[in-house]
Write a protein that binds this ligand. Structure first.
Ligand code: 6GU
Length: 231
């Protein structure tokens, strides 16, 4: 997959996505990540990319033309253009799965108070990563690119590593343990040491349901919630 980020601060995206699994996915060619900087398309000698908002108010607004030219530089026929903004649709795992099927993603990262509204029709999707405000779209681009890259076939070592994970099955994942069997007096749950695959699967299912009801009741199936509420 090809991904281009339109950003004034490419280092905020390039650096975190050079580490770990995504860094390896880039080195192995699963992900090709490029950048287009609106600053390179500024038209005055100060290379200005932002200006005061019409109608007054605090903060600066990213100007349409440098942003437009930076997008035009990387946009192709098959590009899917995503504008990162706290006003967008909330990102989730089902959206990550859909985006992982695309050939080319372009992420537009707004900064300052926002971008000139006339650029927004260039986007196929306006996307937010949650109900809080970041200084800019870059950390959101990192989160979305990370979540999408690990779903590209071949990126994760085990082909089925994403099948049973948190959110894919609609439940949070059961807890994990590794050696030692007793750590500072705390034991690994008996079921996991039993070697009985059916018992282990049942234990994981029960813990997943319990955890989901407790930490994310909004994700829990209705009948589980009712049962819990009556107990
Ligand atoms: Cl995509 N951008 C900004 N600036 N803040 C956010 C966000 C995006 N998603 C959540 N908060």
């Amino acid at each position: 997959m090809r991904v281009d980020a339109v950003t004034l601060f490419p280092g905020m995206i390039d650096s975190p996505l050079s580490e770990s699994i995504v860094g390896r996915a880039r080195a192995e060619g699963f992900l090709e990540l490029g950048f287009s900087n609106p600053r390179d398309y500024a038209e005055d000698r100060h290379r200005t990319v932002d200006d005061k908002p019409y109608g007054g108010g605090t903060g600066m607004v990213m100007m349409a033309e440098p942003l437009y030219k930076a997008i035009r530089k990387v946009r192709k026929k098959n590009s899917f253009v995503i504008l990162l903004t706290p006003k967008g649709r909330r990102f989730d795992q089902s959206l990550a799965l859909a985006l992982a099927k695309k050939k080319h993603l372009i992420f537009i990262c707004g900064h300052y108070e926002g971008i000139d509204e006339r650029v927004t029709p260039l986007a196929d999707l306006e996307l937010s990563i949650g109900d809080y405000v970041l200084t800019g779209g870059e950390p959101a681009a990192v989160a979305v690119i990370d979540a999408v890259t690990r779903l590209i076939p071949g990126v994760l070592k085990k082909g089925d590593a994403t099948v049973n994970e948190t959110f894919t099955g609609g439940l949070l994942e059961a807890p994990h343990y590794t050696r030692p069997g007793v750590w500072r007096g705390r034991k690994v749950p008996e079921a996991l040491l039993s070697g009985n695959h059916k018992r282990i699967a049942e234990w994981r299912r029960e813990r997943a349901e319990e955890l989901t009801v407790k930490s994310r009741p909004d994700l829990a199936p209705a009948e589980k919630k009712k049962k819990k509420a009556l107990k």
